[in-house]
Design a binder for this molecule. Sequence first.
Ligand code: CDP
Ligand code: CDP
Length: 218
Amino acid sequence: MIIAIDGPAGAGKSTISKLIANRLGIMYIDTGAMYRAVTYYFLQNDVKFDDKDEIKSSLDKIDIDFDRDKVYLCNQDVTSQIRSKIVNENVSDVSAIDVVREKMVDMQRLMSKKKSVLLDGRDIGTVVFPSADYKFYLTASVDVRAKRRYLEEQNKGNINISIEEIKKSIENRDFIDSNRKISPLKKADDALEIDTSDMSIDEVVNKVINIVGEKDVI
Ligand code: CDP
Ligand code: CDP
């Protein structure tokens, strides 16, 4: 069984995906973390985003793994580094590069082979698994999404960042993600759209579980 969850930044995808995958006892793949890990690698190794040869040879060296809540890049734990401001600022540009997407999609399909998997991202229902068993498109107003991210930053102790700054960064990423040529962010025609603006995490989880059906799963 494949469950695809797509949507813009801060819609609640990874939070609810983790909870649902746990409840169903299936694997969760955070595809955004994969694009973030590649971006981190490019920044660390000064890979120029317009140098195709350098990009291709770097991609050959890149290996991404998940273990519980941790993300590993070439066996190094990069879980916190991939959420940094510099990665936020560059990830949408890296994600628009065709060869990067080809490699990530191949990896995602390989990781999902012969398993029940829930994947969240931007192009899961449209490109990676167009015939997924269940497709959801999570949204929320940009103000709600910015506020959620702001609260996260506050909880991490980052008190110097303003909601306006976060909102701008989210809008900028949404714009690049929705307007790129390859696999832009959009709702698959057959995906169920859930506006989470006024919903609690539990409400969203229960809505999805009601549709997927807990007993469907091994
Ligand atoms: O958690 P947040 O929504 O902020 O972002 P993310 O899911 O970690 O994704 C980070 C970035 O990776 C997005 O803004 C997209 O540029 C890119 N991405 C993508 O292009 N395709 C995916 N399937 C997942 C993420
Ligand atoms: O993965 P994505 O960027 O779509 O969003 P996220 O990182 O899962 O969620 C952003 C924040 O919104 C998290 O701090 C969640 O706890 C919160 N959230 C919420 O407050 N209400 C919801 N219905 C869903 C998420």
